[in-house]
Design a protein around this ligand. Structure first.
Ligand SMILES: Cc1cc2nc3c(=O)[nH]c(=O)nc-3n(C[C@H](O)[C@H](O)[C@H](O)COP(=O)(O)OP(=O)(O)OC[C@H]3O[C@@H](n4cnc5c(N)ncnc54)[C@H](O)[C@@H]3O)c2cc1C
Length: 324
């Protein structure tokens, strides 16, 4: 039986957020026998460029909710109209990015519809038409796979948890959904938006070809400076373990892992990182992992494609000399 999956296409600054494309890529590739539809909210007519991009992201159908009241994000208004759409089309699976807005919207939609929600997932599967959503639990010590007893199976997905792939050609149908906006201005009049600031939820950093990450094995902030220099030299992006961030050796924006960011680099080089589960959660989508560690028994060594027993700083210096 075909599973009907509905994905929230989050649009900011007239662009589709990468996380929406990542979810669609994962579902299209891994959910057998599913029809993948999307929905979005807009306040005005879509631009031609956005329209044509929407037709190229591999969806069978896109539902558009268009109303002037949807200009600025208001969780009460958005969750209300989205809940109407979900009740109307009754998908079996409902997915959205665990973005700033997605994290605010999802619990409200779940409450409106009286359904379960698995938040901040790093993996999704379908078995017997049922959504199995995996996420870290017990402070990241374990991964839990959760299914909801209510329909639709509902999950939010971490930005960067899935690879963005090329989409198959599809003849996407566009449908405008007529939601009921009664009482919406009373809600909007309760608050006044003074200014808004846009921050992309995923960027090129998480999708860089090569990421070089440092951990406590780098020993100092000065050695992180050497890591940055090497990255500049070879066009890689730097990253860090939480332990290194906590010591102030690296900024929190480049922390990888459960409480940092998920990356999907072609090559992830981990220098002096032990491989705690909370760190590994963030690199499950890296295509190849190369670990450098002085301890051959460090957990990361057995989970890497290439493991080198060596001093991390010496490796940075050797590579810097080689490419200078
Ligand atoms: C709720 C929660 C969330 C967390 N979230 C994250 C997260 O998002 N990201 C994250 O990274 N961590 C996270 N952590 C922390 C995580 O559990 C680890 O403590 C952390 O990842 C360890 O960082 P590390 O590998 O740099 O340090 P360590 O575990 O201390 O490992 C250092 C490694 O360096 C090696 N080493 C030592 N000297 C050298 C040398 N000269 N050359 C080469 N190697 C050397 C050692 O053998 C060791 O393997 C979280 C923890 C909790 C409880």
């Amino acid at each position: 039986m075909t599973t009907n999956t509905l994905v929230y296409i989050e649009i900011n600054n007239n662009k589709i957020e990468n996380v929406s494309k990542e979810i669609i890529s994962h579902v299209s590739k891994n959910f057998d026998d599913t029809s993948v539809c999307g929905f979005l909210t807009v306040n005005t007519t879509l631009s031609e460029s956005l329209f044509s991009e929407l037709r190229q992201i591999g969806l069978d159908k896109i539902y558009i909710i268009q109303h002037e009241a949807l200009k600025d994000f208001n969780v009460e208004v958005f969750s209300g109209v989205i809940s109407q759409l979900i009740s109307n089309i009754q998908p079996q699976v409902l997915l959205m990015g665990a973005t700033v807005n997605g994290r605010e919207l999802a619990p409200r939609i779940a409450a409106n519809l009286q359904i379960g929600l698995t938040a901040d997932c790093t993996d999704l599967k379908i078995e017997d038409n049922m959504l199995l959503a995996t996420r870290p639990t017990y402070g990241g010590q374990m991964m839990a796979t959760i299914y909801s007893k209510t329909l639709p199976g509902f999950a939010t997905v971490r930005p960067g948890a899935f690879l963005k792939r090329n989409f198959p050609e599809k003849n996407t149908e566009i449908v405008y959904f007529e939601a009921n906006f009664d009482g919406v201005y009373e809600i909007l009049n309760k608050t006044e938006i003074l200014s808004t600031e846009y921050k992309p939820q995923t960027d090129d950093w998480t999708n860089s070809d090569i990421i070089i990450a440092g951990g406590l094995g780098l020993k100092s902030k000065e050695n992180f400076e050497k890591l940055y220099k090497l990255c500049d030299l070879i066009g890689a992006k730097p990253a860090a373990s939480r332990a290194a961030v906590e010591l102030g050796w690296a900024p929190s924006e480049i922390q990888v892992g459960q409480t940092g960011r998920s990356v999907s680099a072609k090559l992830y080089i981990a220098l002096g990182i032990s491989g705690a589960l909370q760190h590994m959660t963030g690199i499950s989508n890296a295509q190849k992992v190369l670990a450098v560690n002085t301890d051959k028994n460090a957990p990361i060594m057995s989970c890497s494609d290439v493991a080198i027993v060596a001093d991390a700083t010496a490796v940075i210096e050797a590579l810097t000399n080689k490419f200078s």
